[in-house]
Design a protein around this ligand. Structure first.
Ligand SMILES: C[S@@+](CC[C@H](N)C(=O)[O-])C[C@H]1O[C@@H](n2cnc3c(N)ncnc32)[C@H](O)[C@@H]1O
Length: 202
């Protein structure tokens, strides 16, 4: 989905044997979306894939600046994005950062940071069961200040955030960013929204 430079690939798995039967099952499940997805757990996932990041923020994720992964987690505000998570973080040498966070209810957040200026990149992913992603998105953008980002949201019809893909679809701008591209699809009991945002010219 999306233009070539910022495209995002979705891979779905079909059972190996009987592609016709598998495709028919896929179509049946897709048509069950409006009536709910029998036998499926509520499920939702947000991904924010950021590039052209603020060099001052990226500097936090270097050993020259931060004495430990814990310091980088605190200084960047990563610990405040979804409060209450138990965080396992790692600061690479000389730079780079990865973290996984788990909450008591089992939901997760994971962030991976490539701070090198020539190819700066941060990925954020979580299945936190919120009804609106506005606050999470705002906190992530505030922490990392990307020049551009791809946002994807998956949700089943019975998930707390089932309206989130459509809410995001209707945004024309987000925290000082302009929506450059948006796509939406339904498949296998999920709704999926893809959008590409870039900073408004200053
Ligand atoms: C945090 S890792 C994650 C990469 C992964 N492809 C991702 O984004 O999910 C990438 C960053 O860690 C740095 N790094 C340092 N040592 C590394 C190592 N042994 N393995 C992987 N990345 C390392 C890289 O230079 C880069 O800045």
């Amino acid at each position: 989905m999306g233009p070539e430079k910022d495209c995002w690939y979705l891979y779905t798995l079909l059972p190996l044997e009987g592609t016709v039967a598998a495709l028919e099952k896929e179509h049946r499940e897709a048509s069950e979306v409006s009536a709910g997805c029998a036998g499926c757990e509520p499920d939702q996932t947000i991904e924010i894939l950021m590039s052209d990041l603020d060099p001052a923020v990226m500097n936090i994720f270097t050993r020259a600046h931060s004495a430990s992964a814990h310091h980088a987690t605190k200084e960047s505000g990563i610990d405040k994005i979804i409060p209450g998570m138990v965080i396992d973080d790692y600061l690479f040498d000389p730079c780079g950062y990865s973290m996984n966070g788990v909450a008591k209810d089992g939901c997760y957040m994971t962030i991976h940071i490539t701070p090198e200026r020539s190819c700066s990149y941060v990925s954020f992913e979580s299945n936190v069961p919120v009804s609106s992603y506005d606050e999470v998105v705002a906190r992530v953008l505030h922490a990392f200040r990307p020049g551009r980002f791809v946002l994807t949201v998956f949700a089943t019809p019975d998930a707390a955030g089932s309206a989130a893909p459509r809410q995001l679809k209707s945004f024309s701008s987000l925290c000082g960013y302009e929506q450059k591209e948006a796509q939406y699809c339904r498949f296998s009991g999920y709704e999926l929204h893809y959008a590409l945002y870039a900073k408004f010219p200053s």
